[in-house]
Design a protein around this ligand. Structure first.
Ligand SMILES: *[C@@H]1O[C@H](CO)[C@@H](O)[C@H](O)[C@H]1NC(C)=O
Length: 293
């Protein structure tokens, strides 16, 4: 990890300002951990469910309806998309690094962790923790660098290491311009899709855990980043972040996107929409947005 110096403190300050805007929704009142976990667990259950019932697009669980291929990224295209909207007041909060660094974060310390969080062995919360720890401990695929960040500070350290001696990071996230409780519906792609050119990016995805944990990763293979304006059938407006992975040949056969799209590893690019609480980091030095439609 980078050494702490004046520069880095300054940079972190700038990034924190950026992040504050986006993550202010994390900053609401403290709630019961258990309540939080139950919410997120629902999703995990859904994902597993989808794994078990593949090859049937019509009965696919909505939570996996985020994948598409690049050829469908055009004005007027209408598609079913799921945007999970986690209740901000019950989303896991970032904990300070000093606090998370003092806790174990590994599968072989599971018993200790369950005690700390008072989860029983076979509770759904315990299962979610196991899934997250397994995912975090799994080997990266070829050309991938991955890291599970257990604090905002460690997310920033990892991101700065990947994106080089950058003086400025830029972070993108999906934003909902309208308030509604609809999470799964048809959306139509509007004009002014913007392509964000960046040779490198770090994507950070929320993981179910008692406090905020992000699975952050960066791939060598080519990715394309877009910001896409969507309008839902009910009038909802979303500025959605999309990443397209141009090379999927190293992904496992069982990747859920292959089941959703009915394709084979490497046979096509795979794009996906980002939920609002995930981040895409790029270097500000190269992140120029260009309207592509
Ligand atoms: C999206 O539209 C299609 C065709 O109009 C329809 O069959 C489908 O049920 C819609 N999906 C949702 C989630 O409303």
């Amino acid at each position: 990890m980078l050494s702490r110096n004046m520069d880095q403190k300054f940079i972190s300050g700038i990034i924190l300002l950026h992040l504050l805007v986006i993550t202010s929704f994390y900053e609401s009142r403290a709630r019961e951990l258990v309540e939080t976990e139950n919410k997120i667990l629902d999703q995990t259950e859904h994902k597993n469910h989808a794994h078990n019932h593949n090859h049937n697009h019509n009965h696919m669980d909505p939570s996996v309806m985020v994948f598409f291929t690049l050829k469908d990224l055009k004005v007027g295209k209408r598609m079913q998309i799921n945007f999970p909207k986690r209740d901000p007041s019950t989303s896991p909060k970032f904990w300070p690094r000093e606090k998370t660094d003092s806790l174990p974060f590994s599968l072989n310390k599971l018993q200790t962790l369950l005690k700390i969080f008072s989860f029983s062995q076979d509770s759904p919360q315990a299962k979610a923790m196991v899934d997250t720890l397994k995912e975090c401990e799994s080997k990266p695929i070829k050309g991938e660098v991955k890291f599970c960040a257990t604090s905002l500070e460690s997310m920033l350290d990892f991101t700065q290491n990947i994106l080089g001696s950058t003086n400025d990071l830029k972070v993108y996230a999906t934003s909902h311009l309208t308030k509604s409780s609809v999470t799964f519906q048809n959306y139509t792609i509007q004009e002014n899709t913007v392509k964000i050119s960046a040779t490198k990016m770090v994507a950070c995805h929320t993981m179910p855990y008692p406090y905020a944990v992000f699975y952050c990763h960066s791939q060598e293979s080519e990715n394309k980043i877009f910001r896409v304006s969507l309008v839902g059938d009910n009038g909802d407006k979303v500025e959605a972040m999309v990443v397209c992975h141009m090379d999927t040949s190293h992904w496992g056969n069982g990747h859920v996107s292959f089941q959703v799209l009915g394709i084979m590893p490497g046979s096509s690019n795979v794009c996906h929409f980002f939920p609002a609480d995930n981040f895409i980091w790029i270097s500000k030095l190269e992140g120029h947005g260009v309207s592509v439609m």
